[in-house]
Design a protein. Structure first.
Length: 489
């Protein structure tokens, strides 16, 4: 028995030009400049700089019926292009994984690098300062190889003994490995390396310090009352060691100077500082906002005059050979591609500018004086409706673009927030509430930090009736620990 079913499928189709535009819009300045150079290298018909004569490229110069035969071979049917294939979520652009849009054109871009050895190689080199037998050296090197990038030895001694036997044919006792660990590895720099947990790491560093009353007390606290210390149960520590608050404070100061990740300090020294190139600049002049687009986002591009002249020459040739016809097809394809790219760059400039203009107008109060509590609730749809663009387009601009303001360089997406209603029925931004929450915590008595339920009461008194769980959520988003962990002596 035959069954006939009618299935309707709705899919979004975009032309190649639209896809090209979307890909350009989502690029931050650095990536856009790189894309620009790639296109100019790949297409000799596209040139940049200043066009001295005023001859502009016109498609009609070569796009006549005489050459329509060449279009069919190279043309792309827009109906065959599915947006999902070109802008898939799996195709994550770099701007979503990093916010560095440092430009190659920036001054001092040549950063000298110091020739360095790796963390583990440095530890191996330090072993040369010890007098070791061949077996001891092999054990020490194996232990170094088992230390992670943070500087910890997170494997048990018994597992290490077994691994040495299976992989190195080195048969030894746990006591021999423990002796090398305690008397050799734990003496290496940076201090604390080779520790098996945080408690041991801190102890190793304290024991390498010059003995003082505060250091001795710090060692006792870490050795005997580590759990109470981590939970900041200071009253218990005062009673346990029969000491004053001042003595405890000095001991804790010694502990807070220690490095919980000794290996991380070594590897972190070679990291390069990230630089940001703003896409926009906002300045305040006579209480008026002035917006400008970074010139790097608005390059001067034009179609090569040489290629236009070649096209005209072939067009004027009456008897064309197959080679000449192939040349016409190639040149026309490059000229089309150049014009598409130039149009896409111009549309990108317009999209960026109109989006930032709408954001600046929407958040005018903030941009005039920089008071974050004046940021209004704003979602992508607000801006999309205002400028008549799709929400996804606004998102591509906001997620990867920066604006230089008198109050610092800001990522556009940070201006967007949900709305909440205060006790007067007015809509306020969640950014405003977070800012006030941050101020309340900054002003609290650190001897008696405010728990979340008390913070909720204070915010309610200030006109923001939000639940304790919402306070906890905002506090976590601000990377502020719970009250107990904010306590100080």
């Amino acid at each position: 028995m035959l069954k006939q079913n009618l299935n309707l499928k709705l899919s979004q189709k975009l032309s190649p030009q639209q896809i090209q535009l979307m890909k350009l819009i989502q690029l931050p300045t650095q990536a856009f400049e790189q894309r620009l150079m790639e296109e100019m290298n790949e297409n000799p018909a596209l040139e940049g700089g200043t066009l001295e004569d005023e001859d502009k490229f016109e498609k009609d110069e070569f796009d006549t019926d005489e050459y329509d035969d060449f279009d069919d071979a190279e043309s792309i049917d827009a109906n065959e292009i599915n947006i999902d294939e070109y802008l898939s979520n799996d195709e994550t652009p770099d701007y979503k994984t990093q916010t560095n849009n440092y430009s190659d054109d920036d001054e001092d871009r040549d950063i000298p690098f110091v020739a360095t050895v790796s963390f583990h190689q440095d530890l191996i080199n330090q072993l040369n300062t010890f007098v070791l037998s061949d077996e001891q050296r092999d054990i020490a090197e194996f232990l170094v190889g088992s230390i992670d990038d943070d500087g910890y030895l997170r494997r048990s001694i018994s597992d290490i003994v077994d691994d040495m036997a299976f992989t190195q044919a080195l048969y030894t006792e746990e006591s021999a490995v423990s002796k090398i660990l305690c008397h050799i590895i734990h003496e290496l720099e940076p201090s604390g390396v080779g520790a098996r947990d945080l408690q041991e790491c801190l102890l190793l560093q304290l024991k390498h310090k010059t003995p003082t009353e505060s250091v001795d007390l710090a060692i006792k606290i870490i050795e005997d009352q580590f759990d109470a210390f981590t939970k900041k149960h200071y009253e218990k520590l005062l009673q346990k060691f029969a000491i004053t608050k001042e003595q405890l404070k000095k001991a804790i100061d010694e502990i807070e100077k220690l490095n919980p990740k000794p290996g991380g300090a070594f590897s972190g020294s070679s990291k390069i500082t990230e630089h940001i190139v703003p896409d926009f600049t906002i300045r305040v002049t006579d209480d008026e906002l002035e917006l400008s687009l970074n010139g790097r986002n608005a390059p001067e591009l034009f179609v090569s005059k040489d290629y236009q002249d070649m096209m005209k020459t072939y067009k004027d040739t009456k008897d064309k050979s197959n080679a000449q016809r192939d040349a016409v097809q190639f040149i026309k394809q490059k000229l089309d591609s150049a014009k598409w790219f130039i149009d896409a760059v111009k549309q990108r400039q317009e999209t960026l500018y109109v989006t930032m203009s709408a954001i600046m107008e929407f958040q005018q109060e903030y941009f005039l004086d920089g008071d974050e509590t004046k940021l209004k609730p704003m979602i992508l749809k607000d801006i999309a409706d205002k400028i008549g663009l799709d929400i996804s387009t606004v998102s591509r601009v906001a997620n990867s673009k920066y604006v230089d303001t008198p109050y610092g360089t800001k990522l556009l997406k940070d201006f967007f927030s949900e709305a909440m209603v205060n006790d007067q029925g007015e809509e306020v931004s969640t950014i405003e509430i977070k800012k006030i929450l941050e101020q309340v915590i900054a002003e609290e008595d650190k001897n008696k930090p405010l728990p979340d339920d008390q913070l909720a009461v204070i915010l309610k008194e200030r006109g923001y009736p939000i639940a304790r769980r919402t306070v906890a959520k905002y506090r976590e988003q601000l990377d502020i620990p719970v009250a107990r962990m904010r306590k100080k002596i």
